[in-house]
Write a protein that binds this ligand. Sequence first.
Ligand SMILES: [Zn+2]
Length: 258
Amino acid sequence: MRFISTLLLFFMVLGCGTVAETGRKQINFISDDQMNALGDQAYQDLLSKSRLSKDATLTARTERIGKRVAAASGADFAWEFKLIDDKAVNAFCLPGGKIGVYTGILPIAANDAALAAVVGHEIAHAVLKHGAERMSQNVIMQLGVAVLSEAFSQNKHKDLIAAAIGLGATYGIEMPYSRLHEREADELGMKYMALAGYDPREAVELWGRMSEIQQGGGVPAILSTHPDPDDRAKLLEKDLPKYLPLYEASERQPSTRF
Ligand SMILES: [Zn+2]
């Protein structure tokens, strides 16, 4: 037992890095290569079980906005954006920059800038390596470090890895994310969308619309994993003075309604 705790401590020291964008300390002892491979595998698996949108215009639009916001992040990932034909009001990001947007969120995202807010949030999760951090935390809490190397070497632990990574049964889009991660992704996502030339005020509007749906009794899937939309809209509104100038200095993009 003492050996295990020493080992744990070792990994925690070894794996404690700093999130460059926020200055916060982060426990992450999983390498980018390992994490990206897991993200890639989960993405392929998920896409093979999903139906991609047949709407070429909306698909191209999602990709164009996604790539533009991703480029503004400056992160060197093999970004991929897929529009999935599914009525779930949701979007997700897997490690390494593999992003999925469900068509169900489009009526609420409704224009280019609001969609940029959705993908900006997901891009920020990837850049901040929230998947690896959550996986590291879960490994410490649930699996134990001793299992880690074995888990990576044997495919029979695929489900455990998926659970630890926060991908869960359906690759865990349902798994609750921590409030800290959501807040970080919201703020950094707003910065990225503004740099990319999309009006950051649309992020506030987006979460306002989400809140209205919630008050009307409908609960979009994204809300089962994310904090209260009303709180998010209020916090994002406070962020605006910081990021509006970036938008004003950017090469502004048109934001037409879908
Ligand atoms: Zn999120």
